[in-house]
Design a protein around this ligand. Structure first.
Ligand SMILES: CSC[C@H]1O[C@H](OP(=O)(O)O)[C@H](O)[C@@H]1O
Ligand code: ADE
Length: 307
């Protein structure tokens, strides 16, 4: 990465965020590595710009190049702000998850459509604070259009009996310790399908930044509710080796779809445009606005405060 240019002069509309065991995606030509300093600090890692059939794609390693950020330490605001700033309007985010359901086997993938928040308030989770208040809708935390595209690529998954489950509820726990058996059973009773430590605040911040966001969950273990071996990191990493191959196949197919002209409005997240301005502009009256907080919002949305 060191010998790549540190700038890229075209907007990059699509990003892939890689998580545990997916610190890079092979098979693409790296053309730049950029490290924008945002009002919320630096992203987890330099953002690699890769070319896919002439289309630039940003790749960001959620836990850093050396997996040095614990889930609660991931600078999610800097990550999302940096991506937004370079032009990203669509994020496909990968995550290693535990399964809460028998039919979601290790090495299966899930395209979640719902989230239950079990983080503990220790992670910064909004761009809108400190003198600028905003409340965006989050009833459906993922982007339905992106989810449909991922589902349509299911046939690209490889392996005996491996399934891409088209929907599911993801529990986002605080971690970094795994759940107790009582918690794991409680999440099952809530209807949870899979569990991780990373979807929040990432998905909330993407919504605030008017970015279309879809997570792809890669099952690495049955969480400890299951009578098989209890989850540990070795188990996660073992299954991630197989999952990495399918992640690469799936991401290639998804990027091929997203590169098509017919999906250009989806990729540009036209349907999320104005979601935040509507939520932010009218809440805090001008007399109560803090100029520093306003400037931070301006980083996300240049020209936001004009008119
Ligand atoms: C090493 S298992 C727990 C760890 O794995 C997942 O990471 P990511 O979502 O970035 O793939 C999970 O969320 C936890 O952070
Ligand atoms: N069982 C589990 N709980 C939380 N996060 C995970 N990531 C992978 N497996 C997990």
């Amino acid at each position: 990465m060191a010998d790549l240019p540190g700038h890229f002069d075209r907007p990059v509309h699509i990003a892939v965020i890689g998580g545990t065991g997916l610190g890079k995606i092979d098979g693409y030509t790296p053309v730049a590595a950029i490290n924008p300093e945002t009002p919320w600090g630096l992203p987890s890692s330099p953002i690699q710009i890769l070319e896919h059939n002439g289309v630039p794609i940003a790749f960001l390693a959620r836990h850093g190049l050396h997996h040095q950020f614990a889930p609660h330490e991931v600078p999610a605001r800097a990550n999302i702000a940096a991506l937004r700033h370079i032009g990203v309007r669509t994020i496909i985010a990968f995550s290693a998850v535990g399964s809460l359901q028998e039919e979601i086997k290790p090495q299966d993938f899930v395209v979640p459509d719902q989230v239950i928040d079990r983080t503990k308030g220790v992670r910064p989770f909004t761009f809108f604070e400190g003198g600028v208040v905003g409340h965006v809708g989050f009833a459906d935390p993922f982007d339905g259009g992106l989810a449909d595209i991922v589902r349509s690529c299911a046939s690209h998954m490889d392996g005996e009996g491996v399934v891409l489950h088209p929907k599911g509820t993801i529990i986002c726990m605080e971690g970094p310790q795994f759940s107790t058996r009582a918690e794991s059973n409680m999440y099952r009773s809530w209807g949870g399908s899979v569990i991780n430590m990373s979807v929040l605040p990432e998905a909330k911040l993407a919504r605030e930044a008017e970015i279309a966001y879809q997570m792809i969950c890669m099952s690495t273990d049955y969480d400890c509710w299951h009578s098989s071996e209890d989850v540990d990191v070795a188990m996660v990493i073992r299954n991630m080796e197989a999952n990495g191959r399918n992640a690469k196949r799936l991401v290639g197919a998804v990027l091929d779809q997203l590169s098509k002209q017919e999906h250009s409005n989806l990729v540009l997240a036209k349907h999320w445009e104005g979601a935040s301005s509507g939520a932010v502009k009218f809440m805090t009256k001008p007399a109560g606005r803090n100029p520093e907080a306003m400037q931070k919002v301006e980083y996300l949305f240049p020209g936001f405060w004009k008119d």
